[in-house]
Design a binder for this molecule. Sequence first.
Ligand SMILES: [Zn+2]
Length: 117
Amino acid sequence: MRHMAKPGDYDIYCDKILKGKMKVEKIYESDNVLAFYHTNPLFEFHAVIIPKEHIHDMRDLEDKHKELMWEIVKVAQDILETIDVERIGAQFRTGFGKSQSTPHLHFHVIGGKKIRE
Ligand SMILES: [Zn+2]
């Protein structure tokens, strides 16, 4: 199943961040994956992990993405080690449709209280 971006959708990851046109504070980078601190965090702790390959959302993942997804999970594990998860709580999230802010697969690692709407 392919979930194509709608006209007017703006893909900040492919168009800006992965091209180096927008600076982010990187946490991890490999040939396939980039993790960085959210530029406008919604939570006390807020990191984002993306595949460099353009994939619309998790429904478009296939068997060939197994290694990619495992790398993303390992990056999330490492990020979670950097915060006090037991005390502040944390979530690993991805969105779909109206709940997806950017039409490129991404995972939020969020911790602590919500700091803005
Ligand atoms: Zn993209």
